[in-house]
Design a protein around this ligand. Sequence first.
Ligand code: GRF
Length: 199
Amino acid sequence: MMRIGVLVSGRGTNLQAIIDACEDGRVPGKVVVVISNNPDAYALTRARNHKIPAFAFSPDTPDLEEQAIQKLKEFGVDLVCLAGFMKVLSGQFLSEFPQRVMNIHPAILPAFRGLEAQRRAWERGVKIAGCTVHFVDEKVDHGPIILQAAVPVLESDTLETLTERILQEEHRIYPEAIRLFAENRLKVEEGKVKIQGAL
Ligand code: GRF
């Protein structure tokens, strides 16, 4: 059973999707620890509701990364999932978990990296929005792409309805990417993820 650590900063709907997928057997894994850099994150409550150990650090903790690494190791984590974690991780952190840190981004990368991606895509007038799960490297929203989902922009959409439909797709593809990882089906070659076997 793969052991998953999730890093969060906010409401934690993606964390919830991952927990639910583990609990109902869609993902052969278990969320064993949740770490937040925001003590008020509702994600912490979600973790505790499922009896998952959850730790909060104040965002200005100077050695936050070191402490997070220590906790993730203490809990024997095989995969680190960023789920709305609002801090850029250093190369040092990533070298502790090589090719074992994933992130979800609410845009079709490489378009609209960074904050408020849905709003910027909406304001740009894109016809296809979406989301991406990728391995994390040292650049923001940049590493090898694992899965993407397209979300057509409807004439009737508002930014809010579009953001909500993108979020529904996030909740679908993040557990799916974790499942592929757990099944050892993701191989990174020349910066690209090759998925082994039929999807
Ligand atoms: C999601 O839109 C995710 O794509 C982005 O941050 C948001 C987190 O939402 N990285 P939640 O905390 O998972 O509800």
